[in-house]
Write a protein that binds this ligand. Structure first.
Ligand SMILES: [Zn+2]
Length: 429
């Protein structure tokens, strides 16, 4: 018997005559096999469990979930599952902590007017971009904030299944850096105003506005994406970083160029959101600046291949070589890496190639698992709650069809995604 752990009848809030009442929602096809566990308990039985990226896996294990948290994890032979607890057969499968995609966007036109997208359609979009690939947490690094907030509200209310969403809201850019409307249109993006900044005062005002509005961090474009690749002034970057850090929020930078990368690291940002394909290899000066700033790097290797899909293959190969080299150099210098694909900026959502490219650049499957779980949890201050499978932590879990120690593409072959002990994605077989 297959079952999930969504509430028996998911509830929607409706306001009638000023009174809040609870109504049963229509069954969502994604959850047709879901039902209440009543006890709030669930046991994942069998399979190989990677409780963290560094520890030995538990073979033929059990994960016991209670009230959205991990109650216990251990070997099947030593961990007793209490009578009456519903079970999910995971034999032959592999279980890890829930994945993070630390670079995504809700800016394609399909997300517009998020308050009014029919629930099944919104659920389907979240599934196609994120949950079907195991992403139980996502950091949106650039989108219209009020719209993204609506998506998050609808997930958090229980109306639609989806990941935990954090967002930087609209990214800060230099004056005149926004691509023309026609280009944005052709890329499939919504039209929305973004804060253009030229100096420290402008950056501070824009940062305050975003953070006061409730964003979970800031994103800034350190360099323009067209010649002569102007760079945001260092004082503007520092002003934004200071304001975000004062509130314990991270700052992501789109580096764009070597100068942009140096300006971002010098300005104290927390996350470099891309490698820099046009800059050539990263020399020791670049690596030292990144190390000193203690940044984490999101390589986004696949997106370069995607952006160059209309160009000569030799150019794509050259850029792929450059960015793989940059990742390899950062890895060798002991740098932190976060997994992120730029989905939503790229309409090919499948992360399989990213896993392959990370492995080709020298990352082991354990390092890739860390980039998906413990590294983002630590970087974003959530390691007490997320990133590992341990008693007391949130039951965010991914169940994979195959073991990623055999092939890293297995990270993309997801059977189930759970968030807070609830099934938010289940593969149809
Ligand atoms: Zn992006």
């Amino acid at each position: 018997m297959l079952w999930g752990i969504m509430r028996e009848k998911r509830l929607v809030l409706a306001k009638i005559l000023g009174l809040v009442i609870l109504l049963p929602s229509l069954d969502n096809p994604i959850f047709c096999q879901s039902r209440d566990t009543s006890s709030g308990q669930l046991a994942l039985l069998g399979g190989t469990i990677y409780i963290s990226p560094t520890e030995n896996p538990i073979r033929s294990g059990v994960v016991l979930i209670r009230d959205g948290k991990i109650a216990a994890v251990g070997r099947r032979t030593s961990l007793q599952v209490p009578r009456g607890v519903p079970t999910l057969d995971c034999s032959g499968l592999t279980i890890t902590a829930g994945f993070w995609n630390s670079h995504a966007h809700f800016m394609e036109r399909k997300w517009a007017d998020a308050a009014n997208i029919p629930a099944p359609e919104l659920a389907g979009q979240l599934q196609a971009m994120l949950t079907r690939y195991g992403f139980a947490s996502v950091f949106d690094t650039g989108s219209p904030w009020e719209n993204t907030r609506r998506i998050r509200d609808r997930i958090e209310s229980g109306e639609v299944p989806g990941p935990r969403i954090r967002s930087t809201g609209e990214g800060l850019i230099g004056k005149g850096w926004l691509p023309p409307e026609m280009v944005l249109n052709a890329l499939g993006f919504m039209q929305f105003p973004v804060p253009e900044v030229a100096d420290a005062a402008g950056a501070l005002a824009a940062s305050k506005k975003l953070l006061d509005g409730g964003t979970d961090g800031l994103k800034l474009f350190a360099a323009a994406s067209f010649p002569p690749f102007a760079t945001l002034p260092g004082e503007a970057i520092r002003a934004a970083v200071h304001e975000a850090h004062r509130r314990n929020k991270p700052v992501f930078a789109h580096p764009g160029s070597r100068d942009g990368l140096l300006a971002a690291a010098g300005g104290g940002v927390d996350v470099i959101a891309h490698t820099t394909p046009q800059s050539g290899p990263w020399d020791e000066a670049v690596l030292a600046a990144m190390r000193q700033a203690k940044v984490a790097l999101i390589p986004t290797l696949k997106v370069w291949k995607y952006q160059l899909r209309h160009d000569r293959a030799s150019l794509g190969d050259l850029r792929a070589q450059t960015t793989a080299g940059q990742l390899r150099a950062w890895l060798a210098s002991g740098g932190v890496i976060l997994f992120g694909t730029d989905v939503g900026g790229m309409d090919d959502y499948d992360p399989s190639d990213e896993y392959d490219l990370m492995a080709e650049a020298g990352m082991t499957f354990r390092q890739i698992l860390a980039s998906l779980t413990t590294a983002p949890a630590e970087k974003f201050g959530e390691s007490g709650r997320l990133g590992r499978i341990a008693p007391g932590l949130a039951a965010d879990l991914v169940v994979l069809s195959n073991d990623p120690s055999q092939s890293v593409r297995a990270f993309a072959a997801v059977r189930y995604t759970l968030r807070d002990g609830r099934l938010i994605y289940r593969a149809s077989r």
